[in-house]
Design a binder for this molecule. Sequence first.
Ligand code: SF4
Length: 365
Amino acid sequence: MTSLPLVFDAPARARKPPRHLADLSPAERRAAAAELGQPAYRATQLATHYFGRLTDDPAAMTDLPAASREALVAGLLPDLLSVVRHAEADGGATRKTLWRGFDGALVESVLMRYPDRVTMCVSSQAGCGMACPFCATGQGGLTRNLSTAEIVEQVVAGARHLRAEGGRVSNVVFMGMGEPLANYSRVVAAVRRLTDPVPDGLGLSQRSVVVSTVGLVPAIHKLAAEGLQVTLAVSLHAPDDELRDTLVPINTRYKVAEVVDAARAYARTTGRRVSIEYALIRDVNDQPFRARLLGELLRTRLGTSRAHVNLIPLNPTPGSEWDASPRPAQDEFVSILRASGVSTTVRDTRGRDIAGACGQLAAKE
Ligand code: SF4
């Protein structure tokens, strides 16, 4: 996206992943099939296999002539991500995958089974350029943006895994590695691929997709104008500029008030409540006065009916000085926020024993 400043851009030397069906709109897919010497309608057949049947295996595409299968799969379904390893936790309910891209770039995705839903947490970039000091991914910097298809493929892989047990992915959260709105056009295209009906896409509900951001204000306004019904999650982590400047360095560019005002504009335009993400860090941002400040900020600038606070007990990186808040501090923070009229929940912590926080598996590798 051209309107974002250069600091968000991936390194110029990064090579592009090969073109894939999921990078393309339905019209572009038909044009690509024609380029491969195939009738345009073959693109829809191929998309039905990929998005509807979750297969990219030419042997399974028995409705296509053998010669067409090879040409279409070679031209539009290249291998994008290979598994480095899986790690399971929570009795198998959480499954984290470390992937290697075509150029060696490492990314992570997590599949989380809940009683009422299955959520895929996906990465939008390899690494991240936002440099939040408490985050494992932020310490390694940005390697490159993921392509639309590399993002979609993380969800398709999760859906394939679940199909064996008769399950399906119901929710997708862009909360893995990377700042989604710094890879704006590919992330928005991925949302469309995930939510367009089969065979154009995977057919998930837009309302079950969450796009997170550290607060790239121009991109939040742009997202509001896309006509999508996705939930916006703003990673605030501090209610005051003094602390947020250190926890989320992009705050030196977009201040707390501007970010919350952009969240309000998003909520007004889309009618969707905004999720405010707040990682509770011991003795850093978990004081009662900050809970009061946060409640006041959201009540006055966003409106309690438009905000939901999601408190995240920090998942500490080994050897890091940052630690999770003790339970009594967390409980007090929750009660102060609720007393100020702001709906508040504490996120359940998945995958602690498998380096569940984003970037930890890749950092180990
Ligand atoms: S917390 Fe999110 S935005 Fe900040 S460095 Fe980590 S991945 Fe990037």
